[in-house]
Write a protein that binds this ligand. Structure first.
Ligand code: IPE
Ligand code: IPE
Ligand code: MG
Length: 233
Protein backbone atom coordinates (compact mmCIF):
# COMPACT_ATOMS: atom_id res chain seq x y z
CA UNK A 1 0.00 0.00 0.00
CA UNK A 2 1.15 3.55 -0.68
CA UNK A 3 0.69 6.58 1.49
CA UNK A 4 -1.89 9.08 0.31
CA UNK A 5 0.43 11.99 -0.20
CA UNK A 6 -0.12 15.30 -1.86
CA UNK A 7 2.65 16.20 -4.29
CA UNK A 8 4.65 19.27 -3.27
CA UNK A 9 5.19 20.36 -6.87
CA UNK A 10 2.98 19.62 -9.88
CA UNK A 11 4.15 20.73 -13.32
CA UNK A 12 1.75 20.98 -16.26
CA UNK A 13 2.59 20.74 -19.94
CA UNK A 14 -0.48 22.57 -21.18
CA UNK A 15 -1.16 21.09 -24.59
CA UNK A 16 -4.14 20.93 -26.93
CA UNK A 17 -5.31 24.55 -27.09
CA UNK A 18 -5.09 24.56 -30.89
CA UNK A 19 -7.04 21.32 -31.26
CA UNK A 20 -9.69 22.58 -28.84
CA UNK A 21 -10.18 25.65 -31.05
CA UNK A 22 -10.08 23.65 -34.29
CA UNK A 23 -12.88 21.36 -33.09
CA UNK A 24 -15.01 24.49 -32.71
CA UNK A 25 -13.86 26.11 -35.96
CA UNK A 26 -12.31 28.93 -33.94
CA UNK A 27 -8.90 30.57 -34.38
CA UNK A 28 -6.05 29.03 -32.35
CA UNK A 29 -5.89 32.06 -30.09
CA UNK A 30 -9.43 31.31 -28.91
CA UNK A 31 -8.02 27.99 -27.67
CA UNK A 32 -5.26 29.80 -25.80
CA UNK A 33 -7.80 32.14 -24.25
CA UNK A 34 -9.78 29.15 -22.98
CA UNK A 35 -6.48 27.64 -21.85
CA UNK A 36 -5.94 30.59 -19.54
CA UNK A 37 -9.32 29.89 -17.94
CA UNK A 38 -8.31 26.28 -17.38
CA UNK A 39 -5.04 27.41 -15.79
CA UNK A 40 -7.02 29.57 -13.37
CA UNK A 41 -9.19 26.60 -12.36
CA UNK A 42 -6.09 24.46 -11.87
CA UNK A 43 -4.36 27.09 -9.70
CA UNK A 44 -7.42 27.34 -7.44
CA UNK A 45 -7.79 23.56 -7.19
CA UNK A 46 -4.11 23.01 -6.37
CA UNK A 47 -4.04 25.78 -3.80
CA UNK A 48 -7.12 24.36 -2.07
CA UNK A 49 -5.48 20.94 -1.91
CA UNK A 50 -2.30 22.17 -0.27
CA UNK A 51 0.13 21.86 -3.19
CA UNK A 52 3.25 24.01 -2.56
CA UNK A 53 4.20 24.77 -6.14
CA UNK A 54 2.61 24.57 -9.58
CA UNK A 55 4.49 25.11 -12.83
CA UNK A 56 2.86 25.79 -16.20
CA UNK A 57 4.72 25.35 -19.48
CA UNK A 58 3.35 28.30 -21.45
CA UNK A 59 5.90 28.91 -24.24
CA UNK A 60 8.86 26.77 -25.24
CA UNK A 61 12.11 27.82 -26.91
CA UNK A 62 10.76 25.91 -29.93
CA UNK A 63 7.41 27.74 -30.03
CA UNK A 64 9.05 30.66 -31.92
CA UNK A 65 8.49 28.48 -34.98
CA UNK A 66 4.75 29.27 -34.81
CA UNK A 67 3.02 31.91 -36.96
CA UNK A 68 3.89 35.42 -35.79
CA UNK A 69 0.26 36.39 -35.14
CA UNK A 70 -0.17 33.43 -32.78
CA UNK A 71 3.05 34.37 -30.94
CA UNK A 72 1.89 37.99 -30.65
CA UNK A 73 -1.50 36.91 -29.33
CA UNK A 74 0.13 34.60 -26.77
CA UNK A 75 2.43 37.27 -25.36
CA UNK A 76 -0.37 39.83 -25.29
CA UNK A 77 -2.38 37.32 -23.25
CA UNK A 78 0.52 36.80 -20.87
CA UNK A 79 0.82 40.57 -20.29
CA UNK A 80 -2.91 40.86 -19.67
CA UNK A 81 -2.87 37.82 -17.39
CA UNK A 82 0.00 39.30 -15.35
CA UNK A 83 -1.81 42.62 -14.95
CA UNK A 84 -5.09 41.05 -13.88
CA UNK A 85 -5.20 37.50 -12.52
CA UNK A 86 -1.60 37.37 -11.30
CA UNK A 87 -2.21 40.62 -9.48
CA UNK A 88 -5.12 38.99 -7.73
CA UNK A 89 -2.95 35.96 -6.84
CA UNK A 90 -0.38 38.29 -5.31
CA UNK A 91 -3.09 39.91 -3.19
CA UNK A 92 -4.04 36.40 -2.10
CA UNK A 93 -0.47 35.82 -0.91
CA UNK A 94 0.73 33.55 -3.71
CA UNK A 95 4.32 33.68 -4.92
CA UNK A 96 5.08 34.20 -8.62
CA UNK A 97 8.07 32.96 -10.57
CA UNK A 98 8.94 32.97 -14.26
CA UNK A 99 11.43 30.50 -15.65
CA UNK A 100 13.00 30.80 -19.08
CA UNK A 101 14.77 33.59 -20.93
CA UNK A 102 12.45 36.58 -20.91
CA UNK A 103 14.81 38.89 -22.83
CA UNK A 104 13.42 38.24 -26.36
CA UNK A 105 9.81 38.79 -25.21
CA UNK A 106 7.92 41.97 -26.16
CA UNK A 107 8.80 44.79 -23.75
CA UNK A 108 5.20 45.12 -22.53
CA UNK A 109 5.11 41.45 -21.53
CA UNK A 110 8.51 41.59 -19.84
CA UNK A 111 7.56 44.68 -17.87
CA UNK A 112 4.29 43.11 -16.73
CA UNK A 113 6.20 39.99 -15.59
CA UNK A 114 8.85 42.00 -13.73
CA UNK A 115 6.23 44.14 -12.00
CA UNK A 116 4.31 41.15 -10.73
CA UNK A 117 7.39 39.29 -9.47
CA UNK A 118 8.39 42.45 -7.61
CA UNK A 119 4.89 42.83 -6.12
CA UNK A 120 4.85 39.23 -4.90
CA UNK A 121 8.11 39.53 -2.95
CA UNK A 122 7.65 38.52 0.67
CA UNK A 123 4.55 36.40 -0.04
CA UNK A 124 4.40 32.99 1.58
CA UNK A 125 1.68 31.12 -0.34
CA UNK A 126 1.77 28.55 -3.10
CA UNK A 127 4.35 29.25 -5.82
CA UNK A 128 2.88 29.82 -9.28
CA UNK A 129 5.71 29.30 -11.75
CA UNK A 130 5.27 30.08 -15.43
CA UNK A 131 7.70 28.76 -18.01
CA UNK A 132 8.07 31.33 -20.79
CA UNK A 133 10.57 30.94 -23.60
CA UNK A 134 11.74 27.97 -21.56
CA UNK A 135 13.79 25.06 -22.85
CA UNK A 136 15.33 22.34 -20.69
CA UNK A 137 18.49 22.12 -22.80
CA UNK A 138 18.84 25.88 -22.86
CA UNK A 139 18.52 25.92 -19.06
CA UNK A 140 21.28 23.34 -18.63
CA UNK A 141 23.60 25.20 -21.00
CA UNK A 142 23.00 28.44 -19.10
CA UNK A 143 23.72 26.73 -15.79
CA UNK A 144 27.00 25.30 -17.13
CA UNK A 145 27.92 28.73 -18.53
CA UNK A 146 27.30 30.33 -15.14
CA UNK A 147 29.58 27.77 -13.51
CA UNK A 148 32.31 28.24 -16.12
CA UNK A 149 32.18 32.00 -15.66
CA UNK A 150 32.48 31.62 -11.90
CA UNK A 151 35.82 29.91 -12.52
CA UNK A 152 34.80 26.70 -10.76
CA UNK A 153 37.03 23.75 -11.69
CA UNK A 154 34.66 21.01 -10.66
CA UNK A 155 30.93 20.50 -10.46
CA UNK A 156 28.51 18.19 -8.68
CA UNK A 157 24.76 17.59 -8.86
CA UNK A 158 24.06 20.07 -6.07
CA UNK A 159 25.96 22.98 -7.63
CA UNK A 160 24.45 22.43 -11.06
CA UNK A 161 20.93 22.18 -9.55
CA UNK A 162 21.44 25.49 -7.79
CA UNK A 163 22.27 27.15 -11.12
CA UNK A 164 18.99 26.08 -12.73
CA UNK A 165 16.07 28.52 -12.92
CA UNK A 166 14.47 26.37 -10.21
CA UNK A 167 17.52 26.48 -7.89
CA UNK A 168 16.46 25.88 -4.29
CA UNK A 169 12.94 24.76 -5.25
CA UNK A 170 11.55 21.21 -5.20
CA UNK A 171 11.70 19.12 -8.39
CA UNK A 172 8.25 18.33 -9.81
CA UNK A 173 6.82 15.27 -8.06
CA UNK A 174 4.52 14.80 -10.99
CA UNK A 175 4.49 16.13 -14.54
CA UNK A 176 1.06 16.19 -16.15
CA UNK A 177 0.59 16.52 -19.90
CA UNK A 178 -2.78 17.06 -21.52
CA UNK A 179 -4.12 16.20 -24.99
CA UNK A 180 -2.83 12.64 -25.23
CA UNK A 181 0.74 13.52 -26.28
CA UNK A 182 3.36 11.53 -24.43
CA UNK A 183 6.59 13.49 -24.56
CA UNK A 184 8.47 16.14 -22.60
CA UNK A 185 9.04 18.61 -25.46
CA UNK A 186 12.19 19.97 -23.79
CA UNK A 187 10.50 20.55 -20.43
CA UNK A 188 12.41 20.29 -17.13
CA UNK A 189 14.90 17.73 -18.43
CA UNK A 190 17.10 18.04 -15.35
CA UNK A 191 14.32 18.32 -12.77
CA UNK A 192 12.31 15.40 -14.17
CA UNK A 193 14.89 12.81 -13.05
CA UNK A 194 12.45 11.18 -10.60
CA UNK A 195 9.14 12.78 -11.50
CA UNK A 196 6.05 10.67 -11.96
CA UNK A 197 4.28 11.20 -15.29
CA UNK A 198 0.55 11.47 -15.79
CA UNK A 199 -0.74 11.72 -19.34
CA UNK A 200 -4.36 12.77 -19.75
CA UNK A 201 -6.36 12.65 -22.94
CA UNK A 202 -8.38 15.81 -22.20
CA UNK A 203 -7.31 18.93 -24.08
CA UNK A 204 -5.85 21.63 -21.83
CA UNK A 205 -8.82 24.05 -22.13
CA UNK A 206 -11.02 21.26 -20.71
CA UNK A 207 -8.91 20.85 -17.55
CA UNK A 208 -10.76 21.43 -14.29
CA UNK A 209 -10.89 20.54 -10.60
CA UNK A 210 -12.20 17.01 -11.30
CA UNK A 211 -9.21 16.21 -13.49
CA UNK A 212 -6.86 17.51 -10.78
CA UNK A 213 -8.46 15.12 -8.30
CA UNK A 214 -7.98 12.27 -10.74
CA UNK A 215 -4.31 13.26 -11.15
CA UNK A 216 -3.83 13.38 -7.37
CA UNK A 217 -5.43 9.98 -6.99
CA UNK A 218 -3.21 8.52 -9.69
CA UNK A 219 -0.14 10.05 -8.04
CA UNK A 220 -1.10 8.65 -4.65
CA UNK A 221 -1.28 5.15 -6.12
CA UNK A 222 2.31 5.28 -7.41
CA UNK A 223 5.18 3.74 -5.49
CA UNK A 224 8.16 6.07 -5.82
CA UNK A 225 11.15 3.87 -5.22
CA UNK A 226 14.02 6.18 -6.21
CA UNK A 227 16.12 3.19 -7.25
CA UNK A 228 15.54 1.37 -3.97
CA UNK A 229 13.15 -1.52 -3.35
CA UNK A 230 9.40 -1.54 -2.86
CA UNK A 231 8.42 -0.03 0.45
CA UNK A 232 7.22 -2.57 3.00
CA UNK A 233 4.16 -1.46 4.76
C1 IPE B 1 -0.45 24.38 -26.06
O1 IPE B 1 -1.42 24.17 -27.01
C2 IPE B 1 -0.15 25.83 -25.83
C3 IPE B 1 1.19 26.26 -26.26
C4 IPE B 1 2.14 25.50 -26.70
C5 IPE B 1 1.43 27.69 -26.19
P1 IPE B 1 -1.05 24.04 -28.54
O2 IPE B 1 -1.11 25.39 -29.15
O3 IPE B 1 0.25 23.33 -28.69
O4 IPE B 1 -2.24 23.14 -29.05
P2 IPE B 1 -2.19 22.00 -30.16
O5 IPE B 1 -1.12 21.03 -29.74
O6 IPE B 1 -1.89 22.67 -31.45
O7 IPE B 1 -3.55 21.41 -30.11
C1 IPE C 1 4.81 21.93 -25.57
O1 IPE C 1 3.75 21.94 -26.45
C2 IPE C 1 5.15 23.34 -25.16
C3 IPE C 1 4.18 23.98 -24.30
C4 IPE C 1 3.16 23.43 -23.76
C5 IPE C 1 4.45 25.37 -24.05
P1 IPE C 1 3.98 21.89 -28.03
O2 IPE C 1 2.64 21.73 -28.63
O3 IPE C 1 4.78 23.05 -28.46
O4 IPE C 1 4.87 20.58 -28.17
P2 IPE C 1 5.11 19.62 -29.42
O5 IPE C 1 5.55 20.49 -30.57
O6 IPE C 1 3.82 18.93 -29.71
O7 IPE C 1 6.16 18.65 -28.96
MG1 MG D 1 0.73 21.37 -28.94
Amino acid sequence: MTDKVTPRHIAFIMDGNGRWAKKRLLPRKAGHRQGVKALEKVVDACEKRGVEMVTFYAFSTENWARPQDEIDALFAMVAEFADTRLKEYVQRGLRILFIGDLTPLPQKTRDACTRIVEAAKGNKGMIVCIALNYGGRDEIVRAVRTLLQSGLKDVDVETLSDCMYTGGLPDPDVIVRSSGEKRLSNFMLWQAAYSEFVFRDELWPDFDEKIIDAVLEEYASRDRRYGSVKRLN
